[in-house]
Design a protein around this ligand. Structure first.
Ligand code: SAH
Length: 489
């Protein structure tokens, strides 16, 4: 069983980075023992322009049969010659996928401690599998890989080149090319789709395979047009597991669709806001995050609360800056937190990184001891989601009880809504907004809150500050005065 992964590069971005990504040195041939035989990793070519890593799995057919017996649920086909004389040692299949997953496990998770910037960057990739058993033929191979961004060549392998009249075998020679995928994505596609094409797993599929499939399928499987077939075959046609997987994937798909709707709305909003600008506009949500990060950095905060963190975009941005040593995202919505945790890849994060971030479920309408003692808190586009009569409760929970030194609050400026052609007059920007304030209303509220709780407050625009109607987003930054200042104020 044989598979090669190649990439191209240049002096600035050498192809040999592949060695870092795979955690396998290009100058060494290495062997790893697996329960079915030995996996070898070697590099037939390795220079700045081209680098190819080959994974060769030498299967011990006898060990395979012994294991299978150990795992099987009864039945006694021991003597069947087919168990010893079969294609398993030669064809790429679930064995190769398992070897990929164990030999390149860090690469598959997208971890590269030595060069952390590498795994997230797509690079030109070429994958070749000379003999892949493909039930469903080249047509299915295309339906599986093309939606993921691969250019597919799938040539049938003749049964015997000397006797073309015998026709084709059930094997294909597979070549995959992509420019827009990361190596981790590529490995995860192969890990799932090789056994799907083979459709004959060498091991007993247990219920935890559903978790594994969801983990490895993160980011690509939920919306895949062949999702049903993939889950069915991957889970060896076990009906209840397949149903379970599809139900969970459907939730993921809905959440992802939701997510892109929100981003699309923000993008559309920003485009309208800056229709005159020549350059590609920055989405308003991005500008908001940048403005918030600026405020937090200037405040010198290290331990930060993101209150109403939603799907975790700001938490993700905060994690990228080591100045923020502790980041806590709080939201009332479990669903938002689940999406946030997936976005942050909390389950696959290194220990140090993971120790910096916590996601908490909680309502801001109640005081919460867990929120005391932080340097700063952010309420980004949150207050307008509370019914006005609940707002004093939030005010007390944040400014009276949690009392971070800095609080940064953003909310839409309703005056700006007239600048959005797509927004019908009198409509809020979001169906769940309970109110949208003018600049005057927001400032009035913020000044009262500041005064009541001993904070000083200043106001900043986010987005283009229209001379007539102001900016699309308004921001208030509250700073806890020292007792003396508070008295003087
Ligand atoms: N801060 C994020 C999300 C804003 S959407 C951003 O700027 O993109 C508003 C979020 O506030 C939602 O995720 C919603 O679940 C949360 N939220 C609304 N009422 C809440 C409450 N009482 N307590 C905690 N979170 C609340």
């Amino acid at each position: 069983m044989f598979l090669t992964i190649s990439t191209t590069g240049s002096a600035q971005r050498p192809a040999t980075d592949l060695g870092h990504l795979l955690h396998k040195h290009p100058e060494k041939a290495q062997a790893f023992s697996t329960s079915y035989g030995t996996a070898h990793v070697l590099y037939p070519e390795a220079d700045a322009e081209r680098c190819t890593a080959a994974l060769l799995l030498e299967v011990d057919a006898v060990a395979l049969v012994r294991r299978r017996k150990g795992n099987s649920r009864g039945g006694a086909p021991d003597a069947a010659l087919a168990q010893y004389v079969n294609d398993r040692p030669y064809a790429a299949s679930s064995l190769l996928a398992v070897a990929l997953g164990s030999v390149f496990s860090s690469a598959m998770r997208g971890v590269c401690t030595a060069r952390p910037e590498l795994p997230g960057t797509p690079r030109p990739l070429r994958i070749e599998v000379p003999a892949l058993p493909a039930r469903g033929g080249s047509d299915l191979v295309r339906r599986l890989f093309e939606p993921l961004g691969w250019t597919v060549t799938a040539e049938p392998v003749p049964l015997d080149t000397e006797f073309p009249e015998w026709g084709d075998s059930r094997y294909i020679r597979l070549t995959l090319l992509a420019a827009g995928l990361t190596l981790a994505e590529a490995l995860r596609h192969l890990y799932v789709l090789l056994p799907v094409l083979d459709d004959a797993k060498h091991y007993w599929v247990s219920p935890d395979e559903v978790d594994k499939l969801l983990r490895v399928g993160d980011g690509w499987l939920a919306a895949h047009p062949e999702r049903e077939l993939i889950t069915r075959r991957y889970l060896s046609h076990r009906w209840s597991l397949t149903r379970q997987a599809n139900e969970r994937l459907e939730l993921v798909r809905l959440a992802e669709a939701d997510d892109s709707e929100v981003e699309d709305l923000d993008n559309a909003v920003a485009q309208e806001a800056e229709a005159d600008d020549e350059e590609k506009p920055t989405p308003l949500a991005v500008r908001r995050r940048e403005a918030i990060l600026g405020v937090l950095r200037a405040s010198g905060a290290a331990r930060v609360l993101d209150l109403g963190c939603g799907q975790g975009q700001l938490v993700q941005a905060l994690l990228k800056d080591p100045a923020f040593t502790e980041i806590v995202g709080v939201d009332v919505s479990m669903r938002a937190l689940t999406i946030a945790s997936r976005r942050l890849k909390l389950d696959r994060m290194g220990e140090r990184q993971a120790s910096r971030v916590t996601l908490l479920q909680g309502s801001l309408a109640y005081t919460d001891k867990r929120l005391k003692g932080y340097d700063a808190a952010v309420l980004s586009e949150v207050i307008e989601h509370l019914d006005l009569p609940r707002l004093p409760a939030l005010e007390y929970a944040v400014f009276g009880s949690a009392r971070p030194r800095t609080v940064c609050v953003t909310t839409p400026n309703v005056e700006y809504n007239v600048r959005w052609e797509s927004l019908p007059a009198g409509h809020a920007r979001h169906g769940d907004h309970r109110f949208e304030w003018t600049r005057e209303e927001f400032r009035g509220w913020a000044r009262t809150v500041a005064e009541r709780h001993g904070y000083a407050v200043e106001f900043l625009p986010v987005g283009p500050d229209d001379p007539e109607v102001g900016p699309p987003t308004q921001m208030a930054v509250f700073r806890l005065g020292t007792p003396k200042e508070a008295k003087a104020a």
